[in-house]
Design a protein. Structure first.
Length: 726
């Protein structure tokens, strides 16, 4: 790999950053700082790429419960549960796995700053809950302490997940009697078999672990390094930042997505955001939990082979369709074409691999493994329970022997592509920052040429007056945006509730059983009479209910994802604000320049971040299986199963509804804050820049010369960056 281009690029941008730092009194200092921070990040990433002897870094990503740990357990540990599975996003841990002559684990705990953040957000949780309780008391005259637990659970849905997550961490630490100060800022080495105590669901120290580093004497790891991430939806900010830093150094990403909901909007948006910006060169798409998805195959009398082939064809088309629907712009299409070229996905069943390994070693199956085997035997008459059959079904060895081999054979090509992607993406970002600097510098030069201090003050007063005169209009724009968002979220809620009834039907099976019975008759009752009795037996497969529940969850997520695009159009919002602000001015006034207000509007709008709808549904299957574990119910149990299904479906709807209400509350708060502060923020940006210009006016002639030089420098910097070929 030719490293001269990368080295020249680093030297070039570092030199520009140093020069800008010495010229930081011509424009808003935020631009100069942003450029410097971007350069530092690029330098760090490229230095890592240029290490010619380094291993290929592979990131394992996906939502919590996508099956990442199970996949790695199958891939590296032959199906043994070495890496604990996360119960919630709060208990997930980032794990870096690499080769070592001896196997060991290093635990890295939070530092002081990380834990202070956790405590702050935990305190925010307490304050929010206290406030919500007060509101509840005020609205409810008859308050019963008996249902306090249910009330708390309901109120918690309105508290941001970051606060709830951090509260959970502090509570776990408190309940486990951990002396926090003894562990912060430290790392320790432990044995592999001790991992559960540090990253397991019930691990004593799970709550204070930032990430884990494993070294294993496993040949598959000799030339690669694996990063098992907590999930795309990690609510712990400091841990999320660590994940992003690790992923920035990855060359390849294995994206795991549950096959039944393969490549949903969140998965695709993650890939779009990550691949170009972080320079990841290759994506491998993995459909996890294929065993569960096949059970939902609609043709009831299909053979296993028919269901396998039909399901794979269906999910291939689903993945292709989801990606094609997102190919809307040149920026997105470049990224998505890379993903599209990696189609079709590979489907795996870590569970079937684990079962096969246990059969080989004559180890008894656990309850969930026995249950899935019974479901398959009942559903497919041609389903075989043999080691070779289950191994082929799992597809793990294919990933291990072929996919990894193929990826590593392309190592140099992948790293080169990563370097090119990184340089191209970051070049555009740096050029964008320089153009922002150029626009403000040109505007400031124009003001120095055309104004004195008195005129500048009058200009500021005029702009403040005009902008302040439309406070109500600006407030109304944000308020209407909030109302529209609420309307869309309400529509989503209504649509999702309506869907419940479509998933309540249960197929009732019917069979007959014949019984021969005898009775005595005659005067002395000594004559035996034999007769035949036919009984009709009704039964229901529990898998039918599980299928209904999963299909409803999938449908609900699809509705939310499809409708989210209508929620807030940030570009339309920006357009409305700009038009409203510009309309307040006399465009025929030669002294008015649109950039006087458009530049600060852009700066303020960049800071508005609209939260997404994050529907992270827990596994509701267990609510059915723990009450109906036999796989089939008969007689009175059928009605009980129907009732339980209705309860579970309603619970899922309530869960989603609370998520929508929480999203509505967060969006409302953001837009309300902007409605009240947007004009003030614009005026503050203007005022800061005017004060800068006033200072320059103290030596007007020299300032004009210096600004012209500075603008020429920016033009030169842009040319230097463009000249470097990626």
């Amino acid at each position: 790999m030719d490293s001269d281009i990368e080295k020249n690029f680093i030297n070039c941008i570092k030199c520009i950053a140093d020069k800008l730092k010495s010229d930081n009194n011509y424009v808003n200092k935020e631009y100069i700082l942003e450029f410097k921070e971007k350069c530092d990040a690029i330098e760090s990433n490229i230095e890592s790429i240029l290490n010619e002897n380094r291993v290929l870094r592979i990131g394992i990503v996906g939502e919590v419960k996508a099956g990442k740990s199970s996949f790695l357990n199958a891939l590296i540990f032959d199906g043994k549960d070495i890496l604990p599975k996360a119960a919630t996003p709060m208990t997930a841990a980032l794990t870096k796995i690499s080769y070592g002559k001896s196997s060991n684990a290093r635990v890295v705990f939070y530092n002081d700053y990380d834990w202070d953040k956790v405590k702050i957000y935990s305190n925010y949780y307490d304050c929010e809950l206290k406030k919500l309780y007060a509101q509840y008391h005020a609205s409810k005259k008859n308050f019963s302490s008996q249902n306090d637990k249910d009330i708390k659970k309901s109120l918690e849905e309105n508290i941001p997940i970051q606060y709830r997550s951090c509260k959970e961490l502090t509570e776990i630490a408190k309940n486990n009697h951990i002396n926090i100060g003894e562990y912060l800022n430290k790392s320790i080495n432990i044995a592999i078999d001790e991992l559960d105590n540090y990253i397991g669901v019930d691990g004593k120290f799970t709550c204070i672990v930032k990430h884990i580093e494993l070294q294993l004497n496993n040949p598959i790891l000799k030339d690669i390094e694996l990063i098992d991430t907590p999930g795309l939806n990690d609510p712990i900010l400091s841990r999320s930042d660590t994940t992003k830093k690790f992923l920035m150094n990855c060359d390849v990403v294995f994206l795991l997505s549950y096959t039944g909901q393969f490549l949903n909007n969140e998965d695709i948006n993650f890939l779009i955001a990550t691949l170009p910006n972080e320079g990841i060169g290759k994506a491998i798409l993995i459909g996890s939990k294929f065993d569960s998805a096949i059970l939902d195959y609609p043709k009831k009398k299909a053979t296993f082979v028919e269901a396998l082939v039909g399901s794979r064809r269906k999910f291939d088309e689903q993945a292709k369709s989801n990606i094609n629907s997102c190919l809307n712009s040149d920026y997105r299409s470049q990224v998505l074409m890379k993903i599209k070229n990696s189609l079709p996905p590979q489907y795996i069943s870590s569970l079937m691999f684990s079962i096969a390994q246990k059969m080989k070693e004559h180890i008894s199956l656990d309850e969930s493994e026995e249950h899935i085997i019974k479901q398959y035997q009942k559903r497919f008459k041609d389903f075989q329970i043999s080691y070779d059959f289950l191994i082929d079904f799992s597809n793990i060895y294919n990933i291990k022997k072929n996919t990894f081999k193929e990826v590593f054979s392309e190592k140099d090509k992948i790293i080169k592509e990563k370097s090119n992607l990184l340089l191209k993406g970051q070049k555009n970002k740096l050029l964008s920052i320089l153009e922002d600097i150029n626009i403000q510098a040109c505007q400031n030069l124009s003001d120095i040429n055309n104004y004195d201090k008195n005129k500048l003050e009058k200009k500021l007063e005029m702009i403040e007056e005009k902008v302040s005169s439309i406070r109500i209009e600006i407030k109304n724009i944000f308020n209407m945006c909030a109302i529209d968002a609420k309307r869309v979220l309400t529509d989503i809620d209504v649509d999702i509730e309506k869907e419940v009834d479509k998933y309540t039907n249960i197929k009732i099976n019917q069979r007959t059983e014949e019984h021969r019975e005898t009775y005595n008759e005659g005067i002395f009752g000594i004559k035996k009479v034999t007769y035949k009795r036919t009984d009709t037996i009704y039964s229901v497969d529990v898998s039918n209910v599980i299928s209904n529940i999963r299909k409803y969850i999938t449908k609900a997520k699809n509705i939310a994802n499809e409708e989210f695009s209508r929620l807030i159009n940030i570009n339309e919002l920006k357009k409305n604000i700009k038009e409203t602000v510009i309309a307040a001015f006399d465009l025929s006034d030669k002294n008015f320049n649109e950039n006087d207000v458009l530049v600060p509007i852009e700066l303020v709008m960049k800071k508005i971040i609209i939260p997404t709808i994050d529907i992270n549904i827990s596994d509701y299957d267990e609510m059915i299986l723990k009450n109906f574990s036999s796989g089939t119910v008969e007689g009175q149990e059928i009605n009980q199963l129907k009732v339980k299904q209705e309860i579970v479906l309603q619970e899922i709807y309530k869960h989603i509804s609370s998520i929508l209400k929480n999203t509505e509350s967060k969006i409302s708060n953001i837009l309300e804050e902007q409605a009240n502060m947007f004009v003030d923020n614009i005026i503050n940006q203007l005022s800061t820049n005017i004060r800068l210009i006033e200072k320059k006016l103290e030596d007007k002639d020299n300032s004009i010369k210096e600004y012209k030089k500075f603008i020429n420098k920016i033009k030169t910097y842009k040319g230097e960056i463009i000249k470097i070929k990626a």
